[in-house]
Design a protein around this ligand. Structure first.
Ligand SMILES: [Zn+2]
Length: 108
């Protein structure tokens, strides 16, 4: 198989003759004093000046994490709470994991 090695020049405003390398990183953002990690995003990092450039998809994912924390406080019927706890135990999941799993499948 032929390996494609295309070098992309650094896009920095500073005069830099480095090249960009595609990396998968966990991006850290600060939100209202809280540290939030955006997992597994693709960034182009310069091998010389270290500046990072974010492709559209990565920026979109970061924006999503800024807007939606994933923390949700809700009220449910005690009986549903009990049922969820039972199902979670049966599946060896935390209550959070179980609710996330159920919602994920429902929203597919
Ligand atoms: Zn550079």
């Amino acid at each position: 198989m032929k390996k494609i090695t295309k070098k992309i020049s650094c896009l920095s405003d500073k005069q830099c003759d480095g090249h960009l390398i595609l990396k998968h990183i966990d991006h850290t953002i600060k939100l209202k004093g809280r540290t939030v990690i955006v997992p597994d995003i693709e960034v182009w990092e310069c091998d010389k000046c270290g500046e990072c450039f974010y492709p559209y998809e990565a920026s979109k994912k970061i924006d999503l994490y800024k807007e939606y924390s994933g923390r949700l406080m809700l009220r449910i019927e005690p009986e549903i709470h009990w049922k969820l706890t039972r199902i979670a135990k049966k599946h060896h999941r935390s209550l959070n994991q179980e609710v996330n799993h159920l919602l994920e499948n429902t929203l597919k």
